[in-house]
Design a protein around this ligand. Structure first.
Ligand code: FES
Length: 170
C-alpha cells in the first residue's frame, strides 16, 4: 500500500483561501440587508399595548392626579422612548377615568384646577380653554371637543393604560 502524498500547489492554496474569504464576505454583506428587511415584520406590533403606569388602583381617588410614564415606540427600524401623561381619577360611578392632558384646541397641556378662577375644571392656559371634570369641553371656550380618554385595564391591582381615544364633540 503506497501512500500518495497530495501536494497542494501555491496556486490551488490561494484559490481555496480567496474563495473561502470571498464567500464569507459575500455572506456578511447579504445577511445584513436581509435581516433589516424582515426584522420589523417579525417583531410584535406595539399598537394597542398597555403600559403599567405605576399607579395602584387602590390609590386612585376622585381627585384627578397626573400620571407620567414612558413607552418604547418602534417606527420601522427606528426605536425611541416616548413620554406619556394622563389625568387619572374615579368618577361618581367609581369608574376609572384617564384623560389626556393634551388640549383639543391646539395641543397645549391642560391641568386640573390650572386656574384659580375655575375650580373643579381642567384648564388650558394657552387660550383659556376649559373642560368639566369628565373632560367635556365647556361651550364658549376654544376647545371644540372633549379631552381624549385612554383605554385602561387593571392587572394585579395596578393600572395599565393603552391608547388615547378621541371622544365625540360636545
Ligand atoms: S390650545 Fe388649549 S385653548 Fe388653545
Amino acid at each position: 500500500m503506497s501512500e500518495e502524498k497530495q501536494q497542494v500547489s501555491r496556486r490551488q492554496f490561494l484559490n481555496y483561501t480567496l474563495t473561502g474569504v470571498g464567500g464569507f464576505m459575500a455572506a456578511g454583506l447579504l445577511i445584513s440587508p436581509i435581516r433589516m428587511a424582515i426584522d420589523p415584520v417579525l417583531k410584535p406590533s406595539s399598537v394597542g399595548d398597555y403600559a403599567n403606569v405605576g399607579l395602584a388602583v387602590e390609590d386612585i381617588t376622585t381627585e384627578p392626579t397626573r400620571v407620567d410614564w414612558k413607552i418604547d415606540q418602534v417606527d420601522g427600524w427606528y426605536e425611541s422612548e416616548v413620554s406619556k401623561a394622563a389625568w387619572v381619577f374615579k368618577n361618581e360611578d367609581d369608574e376609572i377615568m384617564a384623560l389626556s392632558p393634551t388640549c383639543t384646541h391646539l395641543g397645549c397641556v391642560v391641568s386640573w384646577e390650572g386656574s384659580e378662577k375655575y375650580p373643579n375644571e381642567f384648564f388650558c392656559p394657552c387660550h383659556d380653554g376649559r373642560y368639566y371634570k369628565d373632560g367635556t369641553n365647556i361651550e364658549g371656550t376654544p376647545p371644540t371637543r372633549p379631552l381624549d380618554r385612554f383605554e385602561h385595564k387593571v392587572e394585579n391591582g395596578m393600572l395599565y393604560l393603552g391608547n388615547a381615544q378621541e371622544r365625540g364633540g360636545a
